[in-house]
Design a protein around this ligand. Structure first.
Ligand SMILES: Cc1cc2nc3c(=O)[nH]c(=O)nc-3n(C[C@H](O)[C@H](O)[C@H](O)COP(=O)(O)OP(=O)(O)OC[C@H]3O[C@@H](n4cnc5c(N)ncnc54)[C@H](O)[C@@H]3O)c2cc1C
Length: 301
C-alpha cells in the first residue's frame, strides 16, 4: 500500500485514509477495517490509481454509498475506491448527464421537484448514480433502465467506453456491470417535462408511505431478498413467524419483514445469521428459495 500512497501523494491524485472502518462506509454500519480508502480527484487520477492497483495485483472495490453491501467483520486487505469527487451534473432540458459519485436520491428529488418525470421512483433510494446503475435500482414498477440512455465507464483495460441502454443487459435488479470488472463514470438520463404539482404530490405520498412501512430509523440496506415470482419475500418471512426475530444486535424488522436492521451494534455476522435463518425457514415452509438482493462483501468463500 505504501507505493500506492506515495503515488497518490506525489502526483496529487486525490485523498486517502488508512485503516478505515467499513462501518462508516456502509448503511448497515457493520464490517471490519479496510487497509486503504481512496477518493480520486478526477477520471484521469482514477485511471492512474487503477493502473497501479492492477499492475501490483492489489485487491480493490468501488463503493458507492454502501447501501447494498453487507461487509463482514474481517479485515479487508485491499483498497476501497469512492468516486465522491466525480459528481458533475449537466442538464439540457430533459437531458441529464451526471457523474457516478452524485447522490441519486438528491438527483431524483431535485429534478422531480422541477417537474421532470422519470426518476420519481428513486426519491427514497439512498444510492450513488454509479451504484444505482450497477444494480438497476428501482421501485414502484420502474427502474434505472427505464430512463437511462447510455453509460460511460472504464473497462478492464482502463479504456474509456460508452454503451447504450440496449447493450447493458438490464433486467430486474441486474445490469451487465455485475458480471464485469468495469467502473461506471457517468450516466445519461432522458426525462420528460410533466405536471410539476402532480409529480410533487406523488413523491410526497410515496415518501410518507416509505416512512410508515419501512424501518428507516435504523441502519439497514433496504430489502434483503428479491420478491419471488408472484409473491412477496416480506410476506413469506412474516408468515414464517420471523417478523421481529432478534439475533445479537440485529433484528428482522417488526415493521417490514424484508428488512433486517442493525438495532443495537449488530455485527455483520448477526445480520447474516438472520438472512440465513429467513432463507432456510421460508424454504422449509414454502419450498421457495429466497434470493438475496444485497451484496456480501469480504466474506470467506
Ligand atoms: C433504506 C433503504 C432503502 C432502499 N430502497 C431501495 C429501493 O427502493 N430500490 C432499490 O433498488 N434499492 C434500494 N435500496 C438498496 C440500495 O440503495 C441500492 O441497491 C443502490 O443501488 C446501491 O447503491 P450504492 O451507491 O449504495 O452502491 P453500493 O452499495 O456502494 O455498491 C453496490 C454495488 O455497486 C458497485 N458500484 C457502485 N458504484 C460503482 C461504480 N461507479 N462503478 C462500478 N460499480 C459500482 C459496487 O462495487 C457494489 O458491487 C435501499 C437501501 C436502503 C438502505
Amino acid at each position: 500500500m505504501k507505493g500506492l500512497i506515495n503515488l497518490i501523494e506525489e502526483k496529487s491524485l486525490g485523498t486517502y485514509k488508512e485503516n478505515v472502518s467499513l462501518k462508516t462506509l456502509t448503511t448497515y454500519k457493520t464490517g471490519g477495517t479496510a487497509k486503504l480508502l481512496v477518493f480520486p480527484n478526477s477520471v484521469d487520477s482514477l485511471k492512474e490509481i487503477l493502473k497501479y492497483i492492477k499492475e501490483n495485483n492489489i485487491k480493490f472495490k468501488v463503493f458507492g454509498n454502501g447501501s447494498n453491501i453487507l461487509a463482514s467483520s474481517r479485515e479487508y486487505d485491499g483498497v476501497i475506491i469512492k468516486l465522491t469527487n466525480l459528481r458533475n451534473f449537466t442538464q439540457k432540458g430533459e437531458n441529464i448527464e451526471v457523474e457516478a459519485g452524485y447522490n441519486f436520491a438528491l438527483l431524483a428529488n431535485t429534478l422531480s421537484k422541477e417537474g421532470y418525470s422519470g426518476l420519481e421512483f428513486a426519491c427514497g433510494i439512498p444510492a450513488t448514480v454509479g451504484g444505482a446503475v450497477y444494480m438497476n435500482a428501482g421501485a414502484y414498477l420502474s427502474d434505472v433502465s427505464k430512463v437511462l440512455e447510455k453509460v460511460e465507464f472504464l473497462d478492464e483495460n482502463l479504456e474509456l467506453k460508452t454503451l447504450e441502454n440496449k447493450d447493458l443487459s438490464f433486467s430486474y435488479r441486474h445490469s451487465i456491470f455485475m458480471n464485469k470488472d468495469w467502473v461506471i463514470l457517468k450516466a445519461y438520463f432522458k426525462l420528460k417535462k410533466d405536471n410539476k404539482d402532480e409529480i410533487i404530490a406523488l413523491i410526497n405520498d410515496r415518501k410518507r408511505r416509505r416512512i410508515e412501512s419501512q424501518p428507516l430509523e435504523y441502519p439497514s440496506a433496504g430489502s434483503v431478498f428479491r420478491n419471488p415470482e408472484g409473491n412477496y419475500a416480506g410476506k413469506l418471512i412474516e408468515d414464517s413467524n420471523l417478523k421481529g426475530f432478534v439475533h445479537g444486535g440485529g433484528q428482522i424488522s417488526d415493521k417490514h419483514a424484508n428488512f433486517i436492521i442493525n438495532k443495537n451494534n449488530a455485527t455483520a455476522e448477526d445480520i447474516k445469521y438472520l438472512m440465513d435463518l429467513a432463507q432456510s425457514t421460508v424454504e422449509k415452509n414454502y419450498g421457495i428459495k429466497l434470493r438475496v438482493e444485497q451484496e456480501l462483501f469480504n466474506w470467506e468463500k
